[in-house]
Design a protein around this ligand. Structure first.
Ligand code: F6R
Length: 613
């Protein structure tokens, strides 16, 4: 059957899923809500719960559009019900309105199986038609619902849930992390995993399966990251895993998470974004210490040394970190590298071969665009170096060399501390390539950031008050400054919804200046080398002549340049410049969002981890 244009609302989702099963008689629903809330960064336009009601022994499903807290309060989930086993889901849709009927969990015809799913079932239309012919009644438009009916169907033939799941793994095509609740086994939760992330935590009285670590950490620090093709079940105190019909001894794969619960709470800040901006000095220092002692850095250098071409890829902020790497590689190691946006990989991967290296940068390690680019390069024999913040996530797992940032969990949707820690790891790589290099200088990065934030946050607050009613902002720079401008503009637009556009300052006269009229704000990022100072000064004058409000954030070299608002940082080299400049742009974006009345932690239409193309 020719695949119809995928129109289901479910086809474009990113979600967080979690399941809990407890040995005791305590009601797990408050804990389930808490664990789900830790996944809210993955999506927050609808939420749902399914659990086996302790009184009736039947599955109850409560779901609706809205954020988790809203849905929980609307239905009095914690007050009205009690359960020892349950699953939950927080959803994000990019296509069509979120709705109650499309929210998870989804159930089979008999209401004895409920499932939550993160991912896409590619062959759902075909499966849905076949199951409908057999008499299954579908209630939603979603691809996910077929999984519940498929399991119901396979159970009829088979009468054992593990057997049904084993068969389903061979039938379902696409990406999926699924948790299954069944009245047949009220002390178990079944799971299946292909492509989409899924991890397990086991404690004596309660076990958990979830999309990500922040959720698990409520229960235990010992975490099992499931591999593609694995399925099985959790019971209190136990996990059972199979692959292709063979039991897997996963006990050796449990690892200890060092993140603490307080790491993932707001620590008194009104928003995660602000907390994460402010904790950059610590994140940078830990990343510095980590990378300094990481043998993987030497392996990465060896790969790059032998490479014909070095390609660099990532999406959004991670791509911008890649651009900074490109700058440093050429300037300090004399190596030109080719940096491209991950979703554009097909333009480049055809020419790649076994002599080439791809550096794949991804905070989450799960971004599907970056993962797809990585797989395409690998298929052609290229070696891959991953730079990620999440140990053993998909991108590092599939890479030859894994370099990690040690930023800790980033909950705010906008990447902040992970950008600068990525830049630090990438600079360390360049430094290592140049022999002696500048690795010691990187030991100052955290101090530079701390100083910049302490010295200029009041100034940034004042600036935000001048700018927050504007509808457009240009962010301009040259060289490294242009690359930081891209990241600054992305931050401003994604959290404050002000249209912020970045481009190299020299491009002004080739078009963009046409938009400038009195009062139009233009932020200039001034970075070394000194030869750029006069050019930036001329660009500022051109903008001023058209009535623009000019703002200069520059290194020492720019102290004599005039602008309407000016921040001169106490750094004068391009290695440390990002650590002084970027936190201020992040803080400006944050303040603009708050002054405009938006929640910077949950920008509209965005999710933290983008697991669909
Ligand atoms: C911007 C932002 C996104 C991510 C992008 C890639 O603030 O957070 O642009 O940078 O979605 O995500 P990772 O780095 O997880 O691959």
């Amino acid at each position: 059957m020719a695949p119809r244009q995928e129109t289901s609302l479910e086809n474009q989702i990113m979600c967080g899923i979690v399941g809990l099963v407890s040995a005791g008689n305590d009601n797990i629903l408050p804990l389930l809500v808490k664990c789900l809330k830790r996944l809210e960064y993955r999506g927050y336009d609808s939420a749902g719960f399914a659990f086996i009601d302790s009184d009736s022994g039947r599955i109850i499903v409560v779901k609706d559009r809205g954020k988790i807290d809203e849905v929980v309060a609307r239905y009095g989930i914690v007050e009205r019900y009690a359960a020892r086993v349950g699953i939950a889901h927080t959803r994000w849709a990019t296509h069509g309105p979120p709705s109650k009927v499309n929210a998870h969990p989804h159930v089979d015809c008999g209401g004895t199986i409920a499932i939550v799913h993160n991912g896409i079932i590619n062959n759902y239309l075909e499966l849905r038609r076949k199951l409908a012919e057999k008499g299954h009644k579908f209630r939603s438009d979603t691809d996910t619902e077929v999984i519940a009916h498929l399991l119901e169907d396979l159970l009829d033939e088979n009468s054992d849930m593990l057997g049904a799941i084993r068969k389903a793994m061979n039938i379902l095509r696409g990406s999926y992390a699924v948790v299954v609740l069944s009245t047949r086994d009220p002390s178990r939760l079944y799971f299946m995993k292909r492509v989409s992330p899924l991890i397990v935590g086991v404690a004596p009285s309660v076990s958990i399966v979830a999309s990500d670590i922040p959720s698990i950490i409520e229960i235990t620090r010992r975490v099992l990251v499931l591999h593609d093709g694995e399925y099985g079940f959790i019971e209190p105190g136990r996990v059972y895993v199979e692959h292709d019909g063979r039991p897997i001894d996963a006990s050796q794969r449990f690892r200890t998470i060092t993140w603490s619960v307080s790491d993932i709470e707001k620590a008194g800040y009104p928003h995660y974004m602000l907390k994460e901006i402010m904790e950059q000095p610590r994140a940078l220092y830990e990343t510095y210490l980590g990378v300094l002692s990481d043998p993987a850095l030497h392996k990465a250098v060896d790969l790059i040394d032998e490479a014909r071409t070095v390609f660099v890829t990532g999406a959004g902020t991670s791509f911008h970190a890649g651009l900074a790497f490109q700058y440093y590689m050429y300037r300090y190691a004399g190596r030109p590298v080719l940096t491209f946006i991950a979703s554009e990989f097909y333009v480049y991967s055809n020419a790649a071969g076994q002599d080439d290296v791809l550096i794949a940068i991804s905070q989450s390690g799960e971004t599907i665009d970056t993962l797809t680019a990585l797989r395409s390069f690998k298929q052609r024999g290229a070696r891959v170096i991953a730079v990620s913040n999440v140990v053993e996530s998909a991108i590092p797992r599939e890479s030859d060399v894994k370099l990690y940032t040690r930023a800790g969990p980033e909950i705010g949707v906008a990447a902040t501390k992970t950008y600068l820690t990525q830049v630090l790891v990438l600079q360390a790589l360049v430094s290592q390539m140049t022999g002696d290099g500048f690795i010691k200088l990187l030991g100052d990065a955290h101090r530079v950031t701390a100083r910049s934030l302490a010295k200029f946050q009041v100034f940034i607050d004042r600036l935000a008050r001048k700018l927050y009613r504007k509808e457009h902002i240009y962010v301009l720079g040259r060289g490294l400054g242009a690359f930081m401008a891209y990241e600054g503009a992305l931050k401003i637009k994604e959290v404050s919804y002000i249209h912020a556009e970045a481009y190299p300052a020299g491009e002004s006269k080739h078009g963009p200046i046409a938009l400038v009229e009195p009062g139009f704000p233009v932020i200039f990022i001034g970075t070394p080398p000194s030869e750029l100072v006069e050019k930036i000064a001329a660009n500022i004058e051109e903008m001023s002549a058209r009535g623009a409000v000019t703002i200069l954030i520059g290194t020492q070299q720019y102290r004599d340049v005039d602008a309407d608002y000016k921040i001169i940082l106490d750094v004068d080299d391009d290695i440390l410049a990002p650590y002084a400049i970027m936190p201020l742009l992040q803080l400006l974006a944050y303040r603009l969002a708050v002054l405009r009345g938006y929640d910077p932690d949950k920008p509209r239409n965005l999710a933290k981890t983008v697991t669909v193309e």
